[in-house]
Each structure stands twice: as structure tokens, then as C-alpha cells.
Write a new protein. Sequence first.
Length: 254
Amino acid sequence: MKKYQGYLFDLDGTVYRGREPIPGAVALLRQLKASGIPYMFVTNNSTKTPEDVAQTLTAMDIPCTAEDVITSSMALAGYLQEKHPEAKVYVIGENGLWTAVREAGFTVTANKPDYVAVGMDRQLTYEKLAEACLAIRGGATFLSTNPDVALPTERGLLPGNGSITALLQVATGVTPIFIGKPEPIIIRQALERLGLAASDVLMVGDNYQTDILAGLRAGVDTLFVQTGVTTAEELAKVDEPPTYTVASLAEWRL
Ligand SMILES: [Mg+2]
């Protein structure tokens, strides 16, 4: 097995399940920390800031600082900085997206924005959708943090950002640019932050359709762990399998 110089981890289903840390993952992360092998957490959750995520992980005894986290909101802001550093942006989203866009120096406005940036918003209103729709119809580029249609919660599966995005897509006839997994944009930004080449890094995740596909598209080797959403039966049917598969991260040797 190849020795990797850096690791990328998905969160839910990989590192923890809901509020419960997954022991094999915690042990592996502590071992990576002790060995000086850098890692980053790559999450499609657009509502949290990296500080929020680091706090959650630290409370689970997982070594993590805000610098070890990249969210789809941060990746969206990074994408905007690359494409159009002076852009005016209309935002639908929660604190994670607002903070990322503002900290990157962008003006947030409904007045003739260059971009519409859409992330998960549990205070979504018709008026917010109306402003976004008019801006996109007026020529603003339509960005969405992530395509996850359903959001797992204690109540069951609730509408996720992919559903909010789909409404705007239907309303405008415009297909958005997605930033989060399975798009490679977020993985490339994580590699940049690690300062490592794609060939030296391993992407670890439980969801074939997001984590593993993102790794494949970014040219990063992938480790599929069977502690989350994709089942062994589903994995057996995919065209392009992950580089490695384990039942639990307790099996993985550095
Ligand atoms: Mg997951």
C-alpha cells in the first residue's frame, strides 16, 4: 500500500455519525497527528464556519483547528476570488456562507450582483428566492455550494441545498455551477491549502456519489469506508471503484 503525505476526510458517516464519533476514525486521526501527516476535513455543509466544525471535532477528542477545515462555502468564496475578485454577490445561505463571502472581501447586495451564491438556508423566504431569480435572469452567474438534495436530521431527511438550488434552476432555466463534492473544485482547493500534489493525497469518505467521485474527478486516490451512506451492495455496482475499501477505518494502516 502506498504511503500518503496527506489525507482528506469527509465528516458525517466517516469521522462521526450524528453526535457520535466513530472510534476507528478518531484513532486514525490521532495517529496521523502524532506522525505529523497533515489532513483536512472537506465538508459540503455550507452553514458552518471552519471554527464551528473545529469546535465540534475537538469536543470529540479529534485534533482539529479551523485551518484543518474546508467547507463548501469557503470553496465557493475561493472560486469567486479566482474568477472575479471584485464581484458583487447576492447570497442565500446561513452564517457559514455569509462569513466566507464577506471575509473574502466581497460586497453582498441584491442590486445588480455579478453572482448569485446559494447555500443551505433554513430561513429561506419567497422574497429571497425572488431576488435570486431576478438576478440570475438579469445575467448573474448562478453558483451553488453543494448538490445534496436531502439533509439527514433527527426528524428524518429534510430538504437540502440541492432542493433549494433545484427550485431556482427550474424557475430560471439556468444550470448552476456546483462547488462542493462531487465537483473537484473543493478538493483542488484543499490540496492547495495542504501544499501537496493530488498524487500524494488520499480522500477518505463514506458516500460514493460525493466523496469518492470528487476524489476520482480531482485525480486523488480514494479510500471508501463502509460506516455511512453507501452500502457494499451499491458499491459493487459502480463503474469506477475506489482505490481502497475498508469496513472500518480501524483496518487502515499508515
Ligand atoms: Mg459522509
